[in-house]
Design a protein around this ligand. Structure first.
Ligand code: HEM
Length: 461
């Protein structure tokens, strides 16, 4: 065995592992295997790589040994298998050397359900005498080399042998990672799917955002721009860039904000209807509630865009042109206009409510960040997210109502019999706020009780 040992030090001399240092073996000299080896060496372990051709191995990791597979397997209790699943069968002839050893399967697949069983379970079936532990597969070679940061310090492991898992967890701790035991080897499949998921909680909110933006964009395009062209032959297509965008963004934002609070009120009604808090919600409501943070953060993004678009309105050529034009025509016709206090009140009020709403919106966004929410107690967090959240929705809805003012009364606003976008987007927040009002009113009238029971009953389906 000694003769197979290859030194990788520049002096080309064998570097015997110090007697007190524990040895760990790594099979596989790819990116992940080498990065793992490096981290293990840095953590003070003796590292032995198992290689098919130990002498011609081009692996240059200072301080590590390279041995043949059998010798490497025999040299350590813990063996990381950083090899692709297709090559696992090279382990079958090593059954004797691997008996009683702890094998850590760090592999990942390219897509879900690529194989009938999890890689780790397959490995266990190939070497039944060894104890297979699945783990470390959520770490990238890159993060291993650069030292795990806060976000990816956690590694998940699973396996059937408690002792084997303890060995792996001890190594993880020494590498500066925190290992979370997820249970038996049957969980391996879930762990292998984990790195394949791309922002799972963002998927639904993103789809909603894209769907709503596209729907309102086309709706407003037809209603404003195509309508003007079709009825007056006027080309106002330039409005797509700012006017249309500044309608789509706040509309989507307000609808998505109300979608954050709708599942909460639905859940309350469901509990009222069931007469108990202690039953599970239906799955659709559960998954809706779980993506509220992402819905909220996306809607904050849209609100932010609306604010930015609003800020640049005064420097638009379009606006400057019409203001000058209007002033010049007033002078030319020797006309004066009187100051309308009501209009001033309306304008200032809706702008002010928008600003207050946006301020609270940002506060909600900040408190949803883990570093901030971690220092809040559950009561403080739910106060901000629920009470202030509903207040934000109220302010933003009031901002939009005041912006609309009494225009809904004039028939000229219903072009091609369609209502303007801001009216459509007011439906959902108004419903959510009304339902919330019903829920929080302490002393319910007869009518309220009746409405509550009708809503609760209709949720039965
Ligand atoms: C419309 C200002 C925050 C929702 C408007 C308009 C202005 C404005 C000037 C009219 C736009 C136009 O005539 O084209 C502001 C300011 C804000 C603010 C200064 C804060 C700094 C918000 C927030 C929301 C919101 C947080 C909530 C989502 C709306 C909606 C409309 C609107 C739905 C109607 C859009 C339409 O024309 O269809 N806002 N806003 N605003 N704003 Fe805001």
């Amino acid at each position: 065995e000694k003769s197979e040992c290859v030194s990788l030090s520049p002096m080309r001399e064998a570097v015997p592992a110090p007697p007190e240092c524990e040895r760990v073996c790594v099979f596989g000299t790819g990116d992940l295997g080498r990065s793992l080896g490096l981290r293990l060496l840095q953590a003070g372990y003796g590292v032995v790589f198992g290689s098919r051709r130990p002498h011609s191995s081009s692996l240059l990791l200072h301080g590590a040994q390279v041995l043949g597979h059998a010798a490497a397997a025999q040299s350590a209790l813990l063996i990381f298998i950083a090899v692709q699943r297709e090559h696992y069968d090279f382990l079958v002839p090593l059954a004797n050397q691997l008996k009683g050893k702890v094998l850590v399967d760090v592999s990942n697949n390219l897509r879900k359900n690529q194989y009938p069983e999890a890689n780790a379970e397959y490995l266990q079936s190939l070497v039944p005498g060894a104890e297979v532990v699945k783990g470390f597969n959520t770490l990238s070679a890159w993060s291993l080399q650069n030292g795990p940061s806060d976000a990816n310090r956690q590694v998940y492991i699973c396996g059937d042998s408690v002792e084997a898992k303890q060995v792996v967890m001890a190594v993880a701790t020494k590498l500066g990672l925190s290992a979370l035991d997820q249970g038996s080897l049957s969980v391996a499949r879930e762990l292998e799917d984990f790195p394949l998921q791309l922002f799972p909680q963002w998927r639904l909110p993103l789809r909603i955002a894209i769907g709503l933006s596209a729907a309102f964009f086309f709706y407003l395009l037809i209603r404003d721009i195509i309508y003007a062209y079709a009825t007056q032959g006027e080309d106002i297509s330039f409005r797509i860039m700012v006017s249309l965008a500044n309608q789509v963004c706040p509309i989507v934002s307000l609808i998505m904000l109300s979608l954050c609070y709708l599942p909460g009120v639905l859940a309350s009604f469901l509990q009222l209807y069931r007469g108990t808090k202690y039953r599970r919600f239906p799955n659709w409501l559960d998954s809706w509630m779980l993506c509220r943070k992402q819905l909220g953060l996306l809607s904050l993004g849209f609100a932010f865009l609306h604010v930015l678009y609003t800020l640049i309105l005064p420097i638009r050529y379009y606006l400057m042109f019409w203001v000058t034009e209007h002033t010049v025509s007033l002078i030319r016709e020797n006309k004066t206009t009187t100051f309308d206090t009501t209009t001033a009140w309306r304008g200032d009020s809706y702008l002010s409510l928008g600003i207050l709403g946006f301020g609270l919106y940002v506060l909600l966004g900040i408190t949803s960040l883990p570093s901030v929410s971690n220092v809040l107690s559950w009561r403080e967090f739910s106060f901000v997210q629920s009470k202030l959240g509903h207040l934000t929705l109220l302010l933003c809805t009031a901002h939009t109502y005041l912006y609309g003012w009494n225009r809904f009364l004039s028939s000229s606003i219903y072009k091609w019999y369609t209502p303007p976008g801001y009216m459509l987007c007011l439906v959902l927040p108004s419903v959510v706020l009304l339902l919330k009002l019903l829920l929080i009113t302490p002393c319910r009238t007869h009518t309220q009780n009746y409405t509550l029971s009708v809503i609760a009953l209709s949720l039965r389906g």
